[in-house]
Design a binder for this molecule. Sequence first.
Ligand code: ADP
Ligand code: MN
Ligand code: MN
Ligand code: MN
Ligand code: MN
Length: 386
Amino acid sequence: MSCSQLSSKASLAALPTNLRKSQHQARRHRGCYAVVRISALAQRAEYIWADGLEGSDSKGLVFNEMRSKTKVIQKPITSLDPKDFSDWSYDGSSTGQAEGNNSDCILRPAAVYPDPIRGGEDVLVLCSVYNPDNTAHATNTRALLENLLTPAMIAEKPLYGFEQEYTMLEKSGNVHGWPLGGYPAPQGPFYCGVGSESVYGRPLAEAHMDACIRAGLGISGINAEVMPGQWEFQIGPVGPLEVGDQVLTARWLLHRLGEDFGIVSTFNPKPVKGDWNGTGAHTNFSTESMRADGGMVAIKAAIEKLSKTHAEHIAQYGTGNEMRLTGKHETCDINTFRSGVADRGASIRIPLPVQLLNKGYLEDRRPAANVDPYVVARLLLKTTFS
Ligand code: ADP
Ligand code: MN
Ligand code: MN
Ligand code: MN
Ligand code: MN
């Protein structure tokens, strides 16, 4: 194959990820890099951020989305410390974050990970957004979380496990793998299923997990979900800022890999109306007191406080969540607060192993899949330490 054939984006995109990697390496060996790169030392940093648009997906529901652009750095990248990466700017009027007549927004690096797609020394740079006067942008929920953190909270070493559910769609909006204009068999055989009659989209879910591992994210697992074409990955246990940074980076990776597979992932809380499970983001939470022997006392105290702030949490737990929290399909009704051991119809579940050990963590089952992870992290801390 000639260099010009190899550099054709279309032919590369048609190949599975592992093959593309070897093509990429082949290209490097053939010495064709001079065509692509100005200097052998130049590295690429993908600056990633969440936009301010409540965009709609094919079913008309709203969610925030990820954006990114590439910075070519004309020197070797030797650090993963965000302080070693410069601020950058972008046109906020195109992302719902500024007016056209004063449109510059500042990207400030918050976390840096090895880029598992480009490989080499290239990096992903997860950013938070600032105004030109250096104040945090209205969409910068990371700054709100950072400002809330007190020494007492940090001393309690809060940990989060975020269960990110999502639904794979064809570009047409049809659920991936579903018959065109029709429905698969009723729910039942799909959750944690295996076999091509019940599992749709595993190649993307696997490629995504692999990319998260290679980026150094704290991904702790994946599973096929109750509705066919619906999947989950878990990030955690990690700290409050880390959970937000890593979930956003993992969402970006999911969308980016979806380009190669021709699959659109949506965090719409109820992508299919009717007798189909919605899409959530159960958030598992613990403090050192909860994890210590006899920690159930601290877990129960936190649940008591959470029962008093239900409305405040629900208001910020994702757009369209009322379509999902109906009291059916393993959810509690949006207007009811209930906790229970091993109860998947509760707002807050105490997992059975936690009950048996009398210590551990609680699971907040209320957040929708499109929730802002920095917001969930902040509200759980705020209420627990109130
Ligand atoms: P489920 O049974 O609800 O499907 P999962 O296994 O999908 O639960 O997710 C549980 C998440 O909770 C995992 O990400 C796990 O790492 C995390 N987790 C485990 N222990 C703790 C803890 N002490 N504090 C916070 N999160 C935890
Ligand atoms: Mn431009
Ligand atoms: Mn789970
Ligand atoms: Mn799940
Ligand atoms: Mn769960």
